[in-house]
Each structure stands twice: as C-alpha cells, then as structure tokens.
Unconditional design. Sequence first.
Length: 221
Amino acid sequence: MIEYDKDAIVPPYITEYLRAKTVHGNEFLHELEEFAEKNSVPIVEPETARFLSVMTRITRPVRILEVGCAIGYSAILMSEGLGKNGKITTLEYNAEMAQLARANIKRAGLSDTIEVVEADAKEYLSYIDEDEAFDMIFLDGPKAHYIYMLDECARLLRSGGILIADNVLYKGMTADDNHVIRRKITIVKRLRRFIDELMARKDFETSLLPLGDGVTLSVKK
C-alpha cells in the first residue's frame, strides 16, 4: 500500500473531474501551489481550497483561527472572504515555515490582516481568552492533535461559528483498516476518536464530507 493514495476517498475519475473544474485566477496562489508541490509542502487539496473559499464568502467571518499555517496558503485564500475589518490568526509550530508564511503574507499585502503566531497549538489555545470568540476555526495542523484541541475549539467558537477540520479521512485510512499503514496507526486511532466525539457532541451539528482528503464541517449551536 502506497503512503499517499489520492484515490482512496473517491474514484480517480471523480477526483480528476473535480480538479479540472476547480480553477482560479489568483496568480499569487498559483505561485504558492507550485512552490508547495516542488518542495513537498502540504497545503489543502484543490477541492478543499475551493470549499474554504466558498464557506468564507458565505459566512463572511470577522475572526478566523487557523491551526497549521505552513506557507500561509490557506490563510491568504480565506482572507478573500473575510467580513469588514476581518482578521486571521494562524498558528504554526515550525519556525522556518512561520518565517516563510510571514514573508508570503507580506508579499500578498496582508500583514495587517493575517497574524502568524509561532506556537504549539494544543498548548496555545488554552491561553486564548474566550472573550476573543472566533467566527471560524480551521484545523489543518498535526492530525493526531485534533482530538486534544476539540474542547478548546468549542470554547473559542461563538454560537453559530464554523469548525472545519481537514484530512480527517487520511488517505482512506480512517474509514478502512485495509488502507492503514502500520506507522500511521496512532494517527488513525486519534482521528477516529476525533470524528466519533465530534459527531456525538450536543453543542455541534456536524457533517463528514468525502472532499479532498476528508473534511468535517461543524456549526456550533
């Protein structure tokens, strides 16, 4: 079994069709996509990127919290749908990535809109005052940590706020034991716990979507 099976979530002809239809005209984002591919930097799948863009434009959030900044791609993407005077706080543990993200955000002219915080998210979230409630939280950091951040995400989301978590089907491994790679067992077990707990929570209404590498979309009641 190969480590990355892009066809594990949906049939390959569906993936090819979706990606052929998922196009945009933002040249700077194209540049970041090419950099990510060339340097093996994980960014959101094209289908997920479009989903984030649509969700932000529908909800027009004023405050977004992102866990997992990488090169700043998804933060820049989401900034296009912010409400008036909107702000994004994005957390990144890797110092080199955080520096690169800041440079990309500056080049995009968004330094006053997007703040990159170099921190371990599962620790940092507990320091954020709940008075600073967010309209949207996007989880795209270490997948094994999602389960440990769920309570804090619930605390920090306003009523009606949106929680989106990426890569929850994890190349199909979360859904099917036959896809699981031995060295990924811990991550898969924790993602399964995350999905089970998220779906069972009374304070969220959640949909699990076979989009990209798997996405959960939740609204706080």
